[in-house]
Design a protein around this ligand. Structure first.
Ligand SMILES: NC(=O)c1ccc[n+]([C@@H]2O[C@H](COP(=O)([O-])OP(=O)(O)OC[C@H]3O[C@@H](n4cnc5c(N)ncnc54)[C@H](OP(=O)(O)O)[C@@H]3O)[C@@H](O)[C@H]2O)c1
Length: 249
């Protein structure tokens, strides 16, 4: 129960990697603020988390919207108290050639994947300051390090998030607040469903992955849990690749 009483805000907690991280943290005694737009799915994740021992509240918010993030901060504070842990996980991808991208599509990828993290950190980092402990975990991607065609906006947003992670870590280094990115490789979630279901694309993905398999979202959960622990208190301003070896090749 080493996170007993800690308040953890997780964006994109309604499914996929966000759900996996919520359920990995749940048995540690954490109090979860589960954030996304789909209330039905959030409720079902909250029920699973409670079965595992966590207190869990759901918060419907579009984290790309400044007013909604400001309101979210107020709601979390009044229901659960100040946040100790912030996991910026919500993200989207629109896979298209650069020359076919509309400005609206570009803006939506950059806003959800990058600007929202600034909005969330601006609201929730002050909760952690002056209390000797805090954790910000930003979910980036191997596409911050390498790339593929049809990933201009996605790669730009995730590489930007890595830079954001480094700078925020420096701002908070003396306060016991760590800021770390996790860069996942291929994980089987709804985001990657279209690739998994297309044998040719799936084979292409696996050819890049030395371990020749898709990652299990539970492994992202275990890594996030470790990063929240005291054992990870000297890890900051960096990112951890969890990619089956993709970036090593
Ligand atoms: N799966 C992979 O292989 C992979 C690899 C590298 C990096 N990643 C990153 O990991 C993170 C999670 O990905 P995933 O695979 O779990 O994707 P997913 O299954 O598509 O889940 C995305 C989550 O983000 C939430 N979300 C999206 N837009 C939102 C918004 N405007 N406001 C609030 N919540 C929003 C969604 O909830 P609602 O729809 O309910 O709002 C959902 O819970 C993303 O940042 C992604 O870029 C994934």
């Amino acid at each position: 129960m080493y996170l007993a009483g800690r308040v953890a805000v997780i964006t994109g907690a309604s499914r996929g990697l966000g759900k996996a991280m919520a359920l990995a943290l749940a048995p540690s005694g954490v109090r979860l603020a589960l954030v996304a737009r789909d209330v039905e799915r959030l409720s079902s994740v909250a029920a699973e988390a409670r079965e595992l021992g966590a207190e869990a509240e759901i918060f419907q918010a579009d984290i790309a919207d400044e007013a909604q993030v400001l309101q979210l901060e107020q709601q979390v504070k009044s229901k659960l108290g100040p946040a100790d842990i912030l996991i910026n996980n919500a993200g989207i991808n629109i896979r298209k050639l650069c020359v076919d991208y509309t400005l609206a599509e570009w803006n939506s990828v950059l806003t959800v994947n990058l600007t929202s993290v600034f909005l969330m950190c601006r609201s929730f980092v002050p909760h952690m300051q002056g209390r000797g402990y805090g954790r910000v975990i930003n979910i980036t991607s191997i596409m911050a390090h390498i790339s593929l065609p049809q990933r201009t906006a996605y790669s730009a947003s995730k590489a930007g998030l890595l830079g954001f992670t480094r700078s925020l870590a420096l701002e908070l280094a003396r306060e016991g607040i760590t800021v770390v990115a996790i860069s996942p490789g291929p994980f089987a979630t709804e985001m990657t469903e279209a690739i998994i279901n297309d044998p040719q694309k799936s084979e292409q993905f696996m050819s890049h992955t030395p371990m020749r398999r898709w990652g299990d979202p539970k492994d992202i959960g275990k890594l996030a849990l470790f990063l929240c622990s005291e054992d990870a208190s000297f890890i900051t301003g960096t990112d951890i690749l969890i990619d089956g070896g993709w970036c090593a090749e």
